[in-house]
Design a protein around this ligand. Structure first.
Ligand SMILES: C[S@@+](CC[C@H](N)C(=O)[O-])C[C@H]1O[C@@H](n2cnc3c(N)ncnc32)[C@H](O)[C@@H]1O
Ligand SMILES: [Zn+2]
Length: 398
């Protein structure tokens, strides 16, 4: 079924993912190949990104028929899966700037007999999305899945969303977002990252905050409804509502995050306030990140429904069940988390299983949960002394 297609000029490989059967460029045998070196981008390891996207739209838009823009579509597998695996997808614009990608998308759409539902366009995503609302109707869902930073596509992505629409955004430029490349984060997201034990959560918050700030300039409120971090990337799904008042409300959830590495206290401050730079518990001078989203990053009920949907078709979503299980267990009212090994080192005690530590904290009246971001992490509002006391007691029982 694969082989060189003379009309394309490179070798193809037939693949299956979810309900889609599609061609990708032939993959080199080694696991650590660069998808960007292929004639058309395809990364099989991003299946969970596509699984969660499909489950998200099937759940969030249940009962509706929606128009979707897959603005950076690659081989088109995401568009195909949204059509085949959900009842909500009515029409899709599958777009890519690369003529080679567009040729392959057309071939794959034909292979799945979806021609009547898909328009393939070969444009710069910004140009396509900027036309929405003038020459073209806006979309219910816009997907932005670039290699690297999505920052250049956010403003037009939001512009391309209808009232009550959603934009789903991937970022793979993790070194910038987790604080390993400060200047890159400042340049792309106009935000300061911070190296902490929960830097990946701060990365999600910087991206969500950037989307909210970009939307607010257009009089649009953008609030995250589902966010996750996995492997080499993060993804945020943001609900879009129009209106200056709503945009002002959303901006109240954008601010500063400070962290004290001595007593592990996390502080937030609203944007118009100054970030906390002296720890109120131990007096140490501390550093901060932001502007970043300081409100909830996801909705637990939504994550639960998505998990249940995935459980109903494990043959399609097996690789993503663990991630979805992690998402539905998380307390989104808490900001930051402590890896148990880090706590164990500080207290000089053996580590405690995160789920047991969270249970114990809840028994003691604190808020606590595990986090999908780090299997060894615990989110809590408990102070250092309470954690130390649990490590003292439970540690000796281990
Ligand atoms: C990460 S890949 C997309 C993967 C795809 N969404 C998936 O799930 O398999 C990024 C794609 O964006 C395309 N691209 C890069 N810059 C673009 C632009 N300015 N407008 C539209 N597409 C662009 C690239 O050709 C590439 O195919
Ligand atoms: Zn402190």
């Amino acid at each position: 079924m694969g082989g060189v297609r003379p009309e394309l000029g490179y070798e193809l490989e037939l693949r299956r993912e979810g309900k889609a059967v599609f061609y990708s460029p032939k993959m080199p045998g080694k696991r650590d190949f660069a998808p960007t070196s292929l004639p058309v981008f395809f990364n099989p390891f991003s299946k969970p990104n596509r699984d969660v996207t499909v489950l998200f739209i099937a759940t969030w838009f249940e009962g509706f028929k929606i128009r979707i823009c897959d603005a950076l579509a690659g081989v088109g597998v995401r568009s195909i899966r949204m059509l085949l695996e959900t009842d909500v997808t009515g029409e899709v614009t599958a777009n890519d700037i690369s003529p080679k990608a567009c040729e392959l998308i057309k071939l794959n759409i034909e292979l799945n007999k979806l021609g009547e539902f898909v328009e393939v366009t070969c444009m710069d995503a910004n140009e396509l999305l900027a036309r929405c609302g003038r020459e073209k109707p806006r979309y219910d869902y816009v997907d932005v899945d670039p290699t690297g930073s999505p920052a250049p596509f956010i403003e037009n992505g939001v512009r391309g969303c209808r009232r009550e629409g959603v934009i789903g955004v991937t970022a793979t430029d993790m070194p910038a977002l987790v604080g390993a490349k400060l200047e890159s984060c400042l340049r792309k997201y106009d935000a300061k990252p911070l190296r902490t034990p929960f830097s990946k959560e701060i990365a999600l918050r910087i991206l969500a905050g950037f989307i909210a700030r970009s939307a607010a300039r257009l009089g649009i409120a953008a609030k995250p409804i589902l966010s996750f971090s996995k492997d080499h990337y993060i993804r945020v799904f943001t609900k879009v509502e129009r209106g200056r008042k709503l945009a002002n409300e959303a901006l109240k959830r954008v601010g500063w995050i400070s962290y004290c590495p001595s007593c592990l206290t996390v502080y937030t401050a609203e944007r118009f306030e100054s970030p906390v730079i002296i720890c109120k518990s131990c007096g140490r001078q501390i550093d901060y990140a932001g502007p970043a989203w300081i409100g909830e990053l996801a909705n637990r009920d939504l994550a639960e429904k998505m998990y249940q949907k995935a459980l109903g078709s494990p043959e399609l979503y097996r690789e993503s069940l663990k991630l979805l299980d992690g998402l539905r267990r998380e307390d989104y009212s808490l900001l930051g988390y402590h890896p148990v090994n880090y706590l164990a080192r500080i207290f000089g005690r053996p580590p405690i299983k995160p789920s047991i530590l969270a249970e114990k904290l809840i028994e003691l009246g604190y808020r606590a949960s595990t986090t999908h971001i780090d299997p060894s992490g615990v989110k809590t509002d408990a102070p250092l002394d309470a954690l130390r006391s649990i490590f003292g007691k439970l540690g000796s029982e281990l």
